[in-house]
Ligand binder design. Structure first.
Ligand SMILES: [Fe+2]
Ligand SMILES: [Fe+2]
Length: 187
């Protein structure tokens, strides 16, 4: 999808250049007008589609090889998307608060589940992994306090941090335990 957007942008740039040459040569003004209209319509389409890049969709490549943990991660992606909706549209204080609380409650639940699993199987990187979880909770608490103070103006920072943190944590730190748990027969 991103590649398609780049190709379309390049194509629009080319069409605009042709329109500019036609205007400069003072010929084919009506053709130039239609070319510019085409680019404007394309730009409108691309900017609408671009907003979707703020949402996260769980894909098979995100799997850590343990079904229950994958289900948790999917749920967290959905809760982050809920929070993203509050950034894009003014859904009201109650909805914002609920989206934040649900995401934080489920994150804590998920961290506990992962940590119990690591402890139960003597995972060697348990302390470092738990440290990342704890740090994330502390940082998010700071963002939520900022939200309490500033209201919805503080939401983009919260959701951007949570989305990037989660994607990075799953793809690097969580995935590190996959071979270890597979060896222990955890699925
Ligand atoms: Fe996780
Ligand atoms: Fe984790």
């Amino acid at each position: 999808m991103r590649k398609l957007r780049v190709y379309l942008s390049l194509m629009f740039a080319l069409i605009l250049s042709i329109a500019a040459v036609l205007v400069f040569l003072d010929s084919g003004l009506s053709i130039a007008f239609w070319l510019v209209a085409l680019v404007a319509a394309g730009h409108f389409y691309l900017s609408r589609e671009g907003k979707c890049t703020h949402f996260v969709v769980w894909k098979e490549k995100d799997s850590v090889g343990i079904a229950s943990i994958d289900e948790d991660h999917k749920k967290l992606f959905n809760l982050i998307n809920n929070l993203q909706v509050t950034v894009m549209c003014d859904t009201g204080r109650e909805f914002e608060r609920e989206a934040l609380d649900q995401l934080m409650d489920y994150t804590r639940y998920h961290f506990q589940r992962e940590e119990e699993l690591m402890r139960a199987h003597g995972y060697r990187d348990y302390e470092a992994h738990k440290g990342q979880h704890d740090q994330m909770i502390i940082q998010t608490r700071i963002f939520i306090d900022r939200y309490e103070e500033k209201g919805r103006a503080a939401l983009p920072e919260v959701v951007n941090y949570l989305r990037l943190w989660l994607l990075q944590h799953i793809s690097v730190t969580d995935k590190k335990y996959t071979p270890y748990f597979q060896e222990k027969g955890v699925i």
